[in-house]
Ligand binder design. Sequence first.
Ligand SMILES: C[S@@+](CC[C@H](N)C(=O)[O-])C[C@H]1O[C@@H](n2cnc3c(N)ncnc32)[C@H](O)[C@@H]1O
Length: 228
Amino acid sequence: MKLSERLLEIAGLVPRGSCVSDVGTDHALLPIYLVKNGIAQRVIAVEARYGPWMRARENVKKAGLSDFIDVRLGDGFEPLKPGEVDVAIIAGLGGETIWSIMEKSPDIVNSLYAIILQPMKNAHRLRKALFENCFEITEERVVCSKGRYFEIMVVKKGTSCFFSEEDVILGPVLKQKRTPEVLEYIEARLNRLFIKLRELEGQNSEHAKKARESMLREMELLKGVLEE
Ligand SMILES: C[S@@+](CC[C@H](N)C(=O)[O-])C[C@H]1O[C@@H](n2cnc3c(N)ncnc32)[C@H](O)[C@@H]1O
């Protein structure tokens, strides 16, 4: 099975030789790729739903990797004990769900060397929660796949809880990067915000006013980053 560009970019951030947990594994494609390519020594794949859990187990068995990939049924980090893995991946879930998974298991989360996160939406809410709880974002990537942009971040528990508005809106590492992908991503976000603002024209409800204010602020911050 071929890995999507999004999952390939995530795989590229996993330190070689690590023991990894893939939370919300679904089909277990990522764990299979990580072990087959000698990136992870061992993976504990976690899945909350019975159907995908069974399918993940089948896929691992078919790949002949049952000795290296343990597929556990459960919620978030609950099926794990501290020290079993050094890296965790939570990808393909909403930013708020990702944070709620992390928040429920401080013992596991604080024991990890790195956590790779890829929110499908609300990346800014996830970043805010991370900063407020003194997590440090050490690397960020943006990948465009089939016309959609995905943000990927590597985080670890830090000591400083300091952050700026740009850090929340775009990310502390992305805002410094001047790669064509990041610049295109910022342009694409500005275009989308512009279209959304046009759609709000003529609407005067409190909700519309708040949404307009927040979008204008986001545009101002993104333009500021582009102009730096
Ligand atoms: C959209 S899939 C993403 C699959 C894969 N991680 C990826 O990025 O392609 C999300 C999976 O996470 C599982 N999931 C959702 N909440 C979960 C939780 N709290 N613990 C474990 N798995 C969860 C869902 O059942 C689903 O199979």
